[in-house]
Design a protein around this ligand. Sequence first.
Ligand code: FES
Ligand code: FES
Length: 162
Amino acid sequence: MKQVITLKVNGDSYSLAVEPSRSLNEVLREDLNLTGTKLGCGDGDCGACTVLVNGRSVSSCLTLAVSVDGKDITTVEGLASGEDLHPIQEAFIEHGAIQCGFCSAGMEMSALNLLNQNPEPTDEEIRQAISGNLCRCTGYYKIVDAIGAAAKKMNTKKTKKN
Ligand code: FES
Ligand code: FES
């Protein structure tokens, strides 16, 4: 039997009737048409489905939608502000950290999770933070560089605001 849940996704509230067996990934992609979040392995191994729930990264393929009733979800669609890309997105483009792009949304959400908690990560900490995200194209070096550059951009923005 369907259960009614409320999700706040990228700042917008939704009330949805969902089967208890459906994953957050299915609800985001199929019900809310937020297809930036990918489905890769469906098994917790690739990280392509990473989103933030109340500010912490989770694999949306392993998360039942009913288990996040009432929570704040951030997907890759929530990163940009209108026409302005998020510093993480800018850095991924500038550093050539996107090739086919299948891993990129998950990588960027893992990067956001890291930088929210650790604004000045070392390369080793960046590697650790994306250790659950697989990329078949880039060889990872450019992604690590991009996340380091994003950290600098975000810190510069904060300094300017203060
Ligand atoms: Fe969720 Fe691979 S699709 S971890
Ligand atoms: Fe293709 Fe990462 S850019 S999987």
